[in-house]
Design a protein around this ligand. Sequence first.
Ligand code: NAP
Length: 314
Amino acid sequence: MAIAYDSRLGIGAAPNEWEQEILNQFSGQKVQIWPDISNPEDVEYLILWNTIHDPWVDYPNLKAMLSLSAGVEQLLRDPNIPTDVPLIRMIDISLSVGMAEYVMGAVMRIHLGHHFYSEQKAKHEWGFGQLDLKLAKDRTIGIMGAGELGQASGEMLASAGFRIQYWSRSRKEFDYATSYAGDGELKTFLASTDILVVLVPLTADTTDMINVDFLKMLPKGASVINVARGRIIKDEDLLACLDDGHIEQVILDVFRKEPLPAEHAFWVHPRVFMTPHISSITRAETAVPTIRSHIKAFENGHVPKGLVDRTRGY
Ligand code: NAP
């Protein structure tokens, strides 16, 4: 059995760290690392990132493609990627815990009004008691997407006392949260959300989904955290809703174009806090053993968790 690692767009760690971890975890196996793919016909498993792979090497005997990213939208758009080979997206404990920690921090920043005190400090104002702070039990966090990362985030927030509600395509059962499903329940979900956390994948259905009509379904004073993909939000609509006071605070980790262009209004907006797509990173120490267990599953005739459904787009 031979494995290839296409290292293009290896994010979150030094490239050598990934190569070393892959060589360690697959010691004794034939591992080819892009661009040194000398025998593509030997390759049965391809480890790759969510990027357009151009130029592409043809692997005629591929059994599966294993993504190191949870999001796979670029792979699904890549005309080179074979459509008849199973594609497995990354589900990884470090990715889930990392995202949950980021979302907890982002929610807390909004919940505690830290942006307000930063603005106050800049003006040398004391302003004791100006903000009507709520306790977590009185704040509803609406999470769009009840998948691996949405649920990890919701569980952590629930343990801190927040009210949690999810919106997903299919209904779920939770003992700590309410589940809303489908377009028919979106309005109800949004109407009772104080802080919206975006954790749906970028698909044909979710592209540009968060526009002005969508945002106006949130209560006045709601805040938005986007840790999924930038193209889910129409930036100009979000800015308009910030400027007319409908949306209170925005925290963004992902953008339509990355790096964010220098002239973009998000850079200077006082109520937009940003991070450069770091909310959760795939870590070699846990992700490569996950890939190894996926390959073992395939070799034993099973399909591992995370099989991408190309018709759904995630
Ligand atoms: P996942 O397990 O596949 O969960 C996706 C969730 O979104 C599911 O609950 C799904 O509903 C829901 N969903 C999908 N399309 C929908 C639609 N049209 N309407 C309503 N709900 C919809 O994915 P995940 O592992 O949690 O990851 C989510 C996304 O996070 C990834 O796709 C990626 O873009 C992003 N991400 C970002 C970072 C970062 O660093 N910023 C890191 C990792 C991942 P069902 O449950 O009904 O299927």
